[in-house]
Design a protein around this ligand. Structure first.
Ligand SMILES: [Zn+2]
Length: 233
């Protein structure tokens, strides 16, 4: 029957398409993953650099705050020698204590910023190194993939056109069943009968079914694995 013949030919085209895609192996997925990693590293590095700029400005401000605060304290300390009353002395001491607390806050902020800066510089350095290695790897794999795609693209186009033409000759419900079975059974959806059994899973076939298939009357599928069956003359 023609449908079985078309199915066998369709499967042959699909085998060839599978071989082509096997040639690429896991390269397309690898390249895609590396591109994602590269993008995320680039954005991490750019964020890091932006933060580093901010820190430089903040550090400069923190340094100035420390100096101003220190200067105020020194000035007040000098005034301590000029006071004439206990009350004046206490007031000055009170002010100095307040300024010391403020200075302490500025110095802590300064230290925190310096710590953040050094950690950030460290991680930037390591990210840049990783990016360099990754980009090299990516460009080699990309090159390989492009070469392979280039070599196979024409062949693939021809096969895809052939497949489309062939598929038009098969009833859509049969074609849908074929595609389902093909995906479920590692690409093998049409098998010949071997010793009165399914050539795909080996399940024995009733004599009537074998006779039907031999006389090519209608389409038969294996009850066990659902593959299409045909008789190889
Ligand atoms: Zn079977």
């Amino acid at each position: 029957m023609d449908t079985v013949k078309h199915l066998i030919e369709l499967q042959k085209i699909d085998f060839e398409l599978m071989e082509l895609s096997d040639l690429l192996g896991d390269l397309p997925t690898k390249v895609e993953k590396l591109i994602e990693e590269e993008e995320s590293l680039v954005s991490e590095i750019s964020d890091g650099k932006a933060r580093l700029k901010e820190i430089t400005v903040e550090l400069h401000k923190a340094d100035i705050d420390v100096k101003i605060s220190q200067g105020k304290i020194d000035k007040l300390k000098d005034q301590l020698f000029l006071v004439t009353s206990n009350k004046q002395y206490d007031a000055l001491m009170h002010e100095i204590d307040y300024l010391k607390e403020e200075l302490d806050r500025y110095e802590t902020r300064d230290l925190e910023l310096m710590e953040e800066k050094s950690e950030l510089e460290e991680s930037l350095k390591s990210n840049e190194l990783t990016l360099e290695t990754l980009s090299n790897d990516l460009s080699i794999r990309k090159g390989k993939l492009e070469k392979l795609l280039d070599e196979t693209s024409n062949q693939k186009k021809v096969l895809e056109v052939e497949r489309e033409e062939k598929a038009k000759k098969i009833a859509s419900n049969v074609l849908a069943r074929y595609d389902r079975t093909r995906h479920a059974k590692s690409g093998v959806a049409v098998v010949s009968i071997e010793n009165n059994a399914c050539g795909g899973c080996g399940a024995g076939l009733p004599p009537q079914i074998v006779a039907d298939i031999k006389s090519a009357s209608g389409i038969r599928n294996c009850d066990v694995c659902t593959r299409f069956l045909y008789w190889e003359k």
